[in-house]
Design a binder for this molecule. Structure first.
Ligand SMILES: Nc1ncnc2c1ncn2[C@@H]1O[C@H](COP(=O)(O)OP(=O)(O)O)[C@@H](O)[C@H]1O
Ligand SMILES: [Mg+2]
Length: 265
């Protein structure tokens, strides 16, 4: 069975696609067969990245490792029940097709909670949730009392993950390894940052996730997208002259991969 890694977060713009892209390509570089499903049928970041990558290879007459891409469509049946059941079938077909050849499946989710998002979270062996390094994004995980900052309960997203965990448990599937990573970490020390760090540690036991090292704020992540490249590709290019920021970014990438425990090396 392929190992399924889902990138999810109720909010858009938190770095799901950026992280999913980097993890998928890193696994390709480890000679793994990787399948990709882009569930964000509106933004299509993962799909666009892979198109850019194909264009880059064609223009430069080079061959970069690429995952197997499975295109999935939203159902537009009249009734919700019919749409849901059509999407369930499409999703199951996607998994069956990719699992024939792939060691890993990377599923990139949109922001928000949809039928596809719930299905993806239910099949996740590893769930990666990037969150922007700000208190505003903290409510993704928990409801917070505004005046005191006290946690008063799980968020809608945490509740959905909980429901998916219950479904897995009743089907006797292994539990989801839920990893939260802080993205776009600024280098400036702030009280806010310190507060987030402490609150996350407290919450992790209560809600059942673990924390991983994240990515700092780096323009390189934006710059590479249009060429369909990742830092790992640059590393292989003879004329690449890395800056200090690139080297640190590469290190952050390696640490993230290590902490996800996806491969034995
Ligand atoms: N660590 C980072 N540093 C700088 N820009 C980033 C970083 N992570 C993501 N971005 C940028 O933020 C935007 C949103 O990221 P994206 O991965 O598309 O989020 P999501 O998939 O959660 O909506 C993109 O323009 C992306 O290039
Ligand atoms: Mg995205």
């Amino acid at each position: 069975m392929a190992k399924i890694i889902v990138f999810g977060n109720e909010k858009g713009g938190s770095g799901k696609s950026t992280t999913a892209i980097h993890v998928a390509i890193a696994l390709c570089y480890k000679d793994k067969n990787v399948g990709v499903i882009d569930l964000d049928v509106r933004q299509k970041s993962m799909s666009r990245f892979l198109e850019n990558r194909t264009d880059f290879c064609e223009k430069k007459k080079t061959d970069l490792p690429r995952p197997t891409y499975y295109k999935i469509y939203q159902s537009n049946k009249d009734s919700k029940a019919e749409s849901n059941s059509e999407e369930e079938k499409r999703f199951a077909d996607a998994l069956t097709t990719l699992e024939e050849t792939c060691d890993f499946l990377v599923i990139d989710c949109p922001g928000g909670i949809s039928n596809y998002v719930k299905m993806a979270h239910t099949v996740a062996d590893t769930l990666v949730t990037p969150m922007n390094d700000s208190l505003i994004d903290f409510d993704l995980l928990a409801k917070i009392e505004a005046s005191t900052g006290k946690v008063i309960g799980p968020s809608i997203y945490s509740e959905m993950v909980w429901d998916c965990r219950q479904i897995r448990a009743s089907a006797k599937h292994p539990p989801i390894d839920w990893v939260i990573l802080r993205n776009r970490i600024s280098h400036v020390f702030s009280r806010n940052k310190y507060q987030i760090s402490n609150s996350l540690k407290n919450l992790s036991k209560r809600i059942g996730f673990r924390l991983s090292t994240g990515f700092s704020e780096r323009v390189i992540f934006k710059e590479l997208f249009l060429s369909g490249l990742t830092l790992l590709d640059l590393e292989k290019m003879e004329d690449w002259q890395p800056t200090l920021s690139h080297i640190s970014a590469r290190q952050e990438m390696r640490m993230l991969l290590g902490s996800l425990n996806l491969t034995s090396d």
